[in-house]
Design a protein around this ligand. Structure first.
Ligand code: MG
Length: 286
């Protein structure tokens, strides 16, 4: 059932050693199945580094106007269009600036439906939704301030940042001590100069996409991402195709200076930066 996309993958992989014009033509071929039957297809996108250029201050991130317009046009045509982000779902919607699509936020914990004002939580997280908040609110404020750890309240996820700390080593050491103190229902995740305390449930971008697709009835799904957490979606799409739950999937990796090599290795199609993603959106609009 997945023959078409497997063939496409082989073609695209081999095309990389040929000319870029050939590669571009073959990439277009991979999109044809989506363009021809949009009512059977889901289009899902990571935000930071995929739709929105990376900014020095995360609060400054925004999806450029043309990309917004393309997303809105796709939402009218395709069965399902959505964004999948590590940010809170409402924040993801603010940055993307498109109302009529679905937002999965907080690494899969939250789902914000079009038009909804509040996200819903994955059922697995319900009883643990405030576990991280309880733990962080019980921390000694002086201890946090001494280590220059800044708390970001992301609802079910609480993040401790030390990008701005004068003594980075001290701040990180304090974060490690806090992580070690976390109760069993809170799981530490380490990012770049950030400790995220998340509910201890096996929910990620991939499991959230699986839930979303299962309720959508689509036969094909395309996902675009640039970072390690997007690999969870790539792998889930592979599983769904192998299980026959999807006829096809297209995993699109975004090449950037900072991204992991796996995003290139595991992708069916690779595009260059947020501009390459925008070109792909134009092709999907047709
Ligand atoms: Mg990203």
């Amino acid at each position: 059932m997945c023959g078409h996309d497997r063939d496409t993958r082989a073609a695209v992989a081999s095309s990389r050693s040929v000319s870029s014009a050939d590669a571009a033509r073959r990439d277009l071929g991979a999109l044809a199945a989506y363009r021809e039957r949009p009512t059977d297809a889901a289009l899902l996108f990571d935000i930071d580094g995929t739709l929105a250029p990376i900014t020095t201050r995360p609060g400054d991130a925004a999806v450029p106007p043309e990309t917004r317009e393309l997303l809105a046009a796709l939402a009218e045509r395709y069965a399902l269009v959505g964004c999948v982000s590590g940010r809170q779902a409402a924040e993801a919607r603010r940055i993307a600036g498109v109302e009529g699509i679905v937002y999965i936020g907080n690494h899969g914990l939250e789902l914000l439906e079009p038009g909804a004002s509040e996200p819903t939580f994955d059922p697995a997280v319900a009883s643990l939704a405030d576990a991280a908040m309880r733990f962080v609110s019980g921390l000694d404020a002086e201890r946090l301030a001494d280590a220059a750890l800044a708390v970001e309240d992301k609802g079910p996820i609480q993040a401790l940042h030390w990008r701005g700390a004068a003594d980075q080593e001290r701040a990180e050491k304090a974060a490690r001590a806090i992580a070690a103190d976390a109760p069993a229902e809170v799981r530490p995740h380490w990012g770049r100069k950030v400790l995220e305390l998340r509910p201890a449930v096996d929910v990620d971008k991939g499991t959230a996409v699986r839930r979303l697709l299962a309720s959508s009835g689509v036969r094909r799904a395309l996902y675009v991402g640039d970072d390690r957490t997007d690999l969870d979606v790539f792998r889930i799409l592979t599983e769904l195709v192998e299980a026959g739950d999807l006829e096809g999937a297209l995993r699109v990796g975004v090449r950037s200076g900072e991204g992991p090599q796996e995003i290139i290795d595991e992708a069916d199609v690779v595009v260059d930066g947020t501009e390459g993603v925008r070109a792909l959106l134009r092709e999907l609009v047709g």
